[in-house]
Design a protein around this ligand. Structure first.
Ligand SMILES: Nc1ncnc2c1ncn2[C@@H]1O[C@H](COP(=O)(O)OP(=O)(O)OP(=O)(O)O)[C@@H](O)[C@H]1O
Length: 885
């Protein structure tokens, strides 16, 4: 309570509460002064609240009761004309106890409408609201129907914080800024001694505490983040105006619970509130980056290994993010604070003319909160909180003169200028996305300036006269910023939350396992100790046993508890996972079904089209095949024809070959004939000689006989002789004729062969077929029938009548024929004749001759139809020759 009182004393003078100091103290004393009462004439006429709101308010009554004890809540309400003096009297009736007073107030407030609650809420905040932000939130819900006051307005909330003058500044001058917190107004003197007034969502005077700042404007945003909203709190102002102080707090040595800035408080609140959300699994991820000379660095990475990060654009929403920025999973506020503390220690800062610890880079502290309902009955969501401490704008005089300082200053001013431009454009609803790309700062802030975020700007101003120009510029910027619209909405992200939840569960399980291991180790140590004590001190055994038992039971309890927790967590996780998975599977199944049916339809259509095409192609191919078949048939026919022709040709060739063979045979035969004819010629010549010799010998014999025989008449002798002469002449003519015929035949055969050869050469050149081979003729000569040869007028080798006694050859020509005796037969005949000539009578040879000749004549007459001899004419010549001889 003493704290509250002190807080009340810290209330700003500009809140005009001073007029009611008395009443405030009396209210604190639970005594309502009469002076505090006024007529209810100016009581605002407001509508009534509905029943639901009343019910919800009743739930907060106990909290309010406590606050009412402070007294200055009613004072504030009175001041804000929410309640009248009469209402105050009614509430503070001495007969009422605190609870009753609260009840009366809650009866009155709904009648005063929504504004009454708003003012009541603010009055609670003003009364050191750190402990009852729950109540404020509840009031917000009742009044606004949302999760916080800021949600009602869909614009960037802008508050002004005036820094108190510092040591030497205090000595030199007084603050030139006037703040009216009631009117949320700040007045700035102009050059012409006038005053320029700016009105914002809140104006915090110099004496405003860190807690007040946080509770008024940061706390609702932090709470909203836990609901799944995006939130951003950004500190803007010239260098040395108190941005870092507001966001983080003073330097290390002065940092304490009172002075700690928004980041520390936000982290504490996040974890505190998250613990109260028992139905939800909440995971936190923290990252810290700085933009230094337009380059982005991860402040959680050691400076030596710290690379500059790329800024990438998410194509799905055209928002930017720092690639590869590390997000640390944090399980408690202290870890998160440690991460921030270490990161801010490595942030680039240096002493300048204005600030002994001036930030040289913009810093963005980001907390991602993943929220998943344990039962899975509500959707998971993700809230992101951006806490931005910008580097301060600088004038040339304030910048360090070294090159690095100049460069830093130029980059800082340039990026702030781009931010201003963007804000100016957004304030007049002239969003130009390309302008965000001009600097790293605007790129990274795009998501909180344009889209889904509860954004609040804290514009820090320096009350000194020398900073007046910069203050005015900052307030101009703030004026633009408060016109910028935002569209905060809950980020439902079931999948991401699920994943994060599992990651968190894994982390929890790991921690639990660690704890279990530790407790087991302790247990083992305890046992050792016990056994040691057993031996040394029997007297204390009972005590040790008791202690160890207690310890063991405690450990076993812990282990059981952990096991229970693990089981519960695992079961929960599994259930959640299964439920989510089922849902996803169902959805996936449905999608796949749709996709498959769509694909099937497409496929069917394609198949139909293809089958039609194939049918058409088949038809065409049938026609083509028919044509081809026809062609094949015609070709076959051609081939057959060609085969036939070839066969014909082959036959021709064969025939020709056969002819050739025949010709060869014929020519062979002719050759044989010629040879035979030559032989016959030779034989004839021999025969002729023999006959001549024989004739001469016969004639000689006959002459001898004639000389010896008287009975033989000259006449008969002459006749016989004539006959012999005639025969001889005939034979001679026949021989000559035959020789002539043979010669002609041989000549003709030669000519035919030559002609055949010429033809064969020509045919060979044309057809390249079988060549007749005359030189290598191997065919056997055909069998020669003696009778057919005789018929053909050729020779025969034997007479068939006396193969043993004689051998001779028959010669036949048309009209005549003869037989030539030769060889063994001729020898025998000659011997016989000689025997007769020598031994027998001379008549005997004649008779023999007679018979012989007679047989001849008989044969001749058989063969010769006429029976006449062609040698008759030569009879006389013959007889003459015989006579001569
Ligand atoms: N509300 C305040 N109460 C007390 N001291 C303050 C307050 N605001 C700022 N200061 C002090 O003023 C000095 C400058 O503040 P701070 O460093 O936060 O300024 P800044 O705007 O961050 O400057 P820069 O842009 O150069 O970093 C610090 O010493 C800080 O402790």
């Amino acid at each position: 309570m003493s704290d509250n009182r002190a807080s009340c004393e810290e209330l700003p003078a500009s809140s005009k509460a001073g007029a009611r100091t008395e009443s405030r103290s009396s209210l604190y004393e639970d005594d309502v002064p009469q002076s505090a009462r006024s007529d209810g004439a100016d009581t605002p006429d407001v509508g009534e609240m509905d029943n639901e709101q009343r019910d919800r308010l009743r739930l907060t009554r106990d909290h309010i009761v406590l606050r009412l004890q402070t007294g200055h809540v009613l004072d504030h309400l009175l001041q804000e004309r929410v309640i009248s003096d009469r209402d105050v009297d009614e509430i503070m009736d001495p007969e009422n106890d605190t609870k009753q007073r609260a009840s009366v107030l809650l009866e009155i407030l709904p009648r005063r409408g929504a504004r009454a609650f708003k003012v009541f809420r603010d009055s609670l905040l003003l009364c050191e609201a750190a402990d009852y932000s729950d109540l404020v939130t509840e009031l917000d819900r009742v009044v606004v129907g949302g999760t916080g006051m800021l949600q009602k307005d869909d614009r960037i909330q802008v508050v002004i914080r005036v820094r108190p003058l510092r040591g030497e500044e205090k000595e030199q001058e007084e603050g030139c800024l006037t703040v009216d917190t009631r009117l949320m107004q700040i007045s700035v003197p102009t050059m012409n001694n006038g005053v320029q007034q700016f009105i914002f969502n809140k104006v915090f005077p110099e004496e405003t505490t860190q807690a007040e700042i946080f509770n008024t404007m940061a706390s609702p945003i932090v709470d909203a983040v836990l609901e799944g909203y995006n939130g951003c709190i950004l500190c803007y102002g010239k260098t040395g105006s108190g941005k870092t102080y507001t966001m983080a707090g003073p330097s290390d040595r002065d940092l304490n619970e009172k002075t700690e800035g928004i980041i520390y408080r936000a982290l504490k609140q996040l974890f505190l509130k998250s613990q109260k959300k028992k139905d939800w699994n909440i995971a936190f991820f923290v990252s810290v980056l700085e933009i230094y000379n337009e380059k982005v660095f991860d402040l959680t990475v050691p400076r030596k290994e710290r690379p500059s990060l790329d800024i990438r654009e998410d194509p799905s929403n055209s928002l930017f993010f720092a690639n590869n920025l590390e997000k640390h999973n944090i399980t408690n506020a202290m870890d998160a604070i440690r991460v921030f503390f270490e990161a801010s220690a490595s942030r680039r800062s240096r002493a300048t003319e204005v600030n002994e610890r001036s930030s040289r880079s913009h810093m963005v502290f980001q907390v991602v909160v993943s929220i998943l309902h344990k039962e899975g009955t509500e959707s998971g969501r993700t809230g992101e909180l951006y806490l931005v401490d910008l580097a301060g704008s600088e004038t040339a005089g304030e910048v360090n003169k070294d090159a690095e300082g100049l460069r830093e200053g130029a980059n800082i001013n340039m990026s702030l200028l781009h931010l201003k431009e963007v804000i100016r454009d957004l304030s007049v609803k002239n969003r130009q996305d390309f302008k965000f790309r001009r600097s790293s700062l605007t790129m990274l802030l795009k998501r909180v300036l344009t889209g889904n975020s509860k954004t609040a700007f804290i514009v820090n101003v320096d009350p000194s006269k020398k900073s007046l120009r910069d203050t005015r510029r900052s307030l101009d910027f703030a004026s633009d910023a408060k016109k910028v619209k935002v569209k905060p909405k809950i980020n439902y992200s079931p999948l991401e939350s699920l994943l994060i939840k599992y990651l968190k569960d894994i982390g929890d399980l790991k921690r639990q396992i660690k704890t279990m291991k530790k407790s087991r180790k302790k247990s083992a140590d305890g046992k050792k100790l016990r056994s040691a004590r057993k031996t040394s001190d029997v007297g204390t055994e009972a005590e040790v046993d008791t202690a160890s038992l207690t310890s063991e039971s405690k450990e076993s309890f812990d282990v059981d508890r952990v096991r229970e927790l693990v089981n519960f967590s695992v079961t929960n996780t599994a259930q959640d996972f299964r439920a989510k998975l089922d849902g996803l599977l169902e959805e996936e199944r449905r999608e796949i079904k749709d996709e498959i049916s769509a694909q099937l339809k497409g496929f069917q259509q394609t198949v139909q089209e293809k089958s039609e095409q194939e049918a058409q192609q088949a038809k065409e191919s049938v026609v083509t095949t028919d044509k081809l078949l026809e062609e094949v048939h015609s070709k076959q026919q051609q081939v057959l024809d060609e085969q036939l022709q070839t066969r014909q040709l082959l036959t021709d060739i064969k025939e020709r070959t056969a002819e050739e063979h025949t010709r060869d045979d014929t020519s062979g035969q002719l050759s044989d004939h010629v040879q035979q004819m030559n032989l016959a010629m030779e034989d004839l010549r021999t025969l002729n000689r023999e006959l001549r010799y024989e004739m001469e010998s016969h004639l000689e014999n006959i002459r001898q006989d004639m000389r010896n025989r008287d009975d033989i008449t000259d006449k008969s002798y002459h006749e016989e002789f004539k006959k012999l002469q005639t025969n001889y002449a005939d034979l001679k003519i026949e021989i000559n004729f035959l020789a002539q015929a043979f010669k002609e035949q041989a000549k003709a055969a030669e000519e035919r062969r030559a002609q055949d050869e010429t033809e064969a050469t020509a045919t060979d050149g044309d057809t390249q077929t079988v060549k007749p081979n005359h030189g290598s003729r191997t065919s056997t000569p055909p069998h020669r029938d003696p009778l057919s040869s005789l018929e053909a007028g050729t020779e025969t080798s034997c007479c068939e009548c006396c193969e043993v006694c004689c051998t001779g050859t028959w010669y036949r020509r048309p009209g005549y024929a003869w037989f030539s005796v030769r060889g063994k037969g001729a020898g025998w005949v000659t011997l016989l004749v000689m025997f007769h000539l020598l031994l027998c009578l001379p008549i005997f040879p004649i008779i023999l001759f007679y018979f012989y000749t007679r047989r001849y004549y008989q044969e001749t007459s058989r063969l010769h139809p006429t029976g006449e001899s062609p040698m008759k004419e030569d009879g006389e010549t013959m007889s003459r020759a015989i006579q001569d001889s």
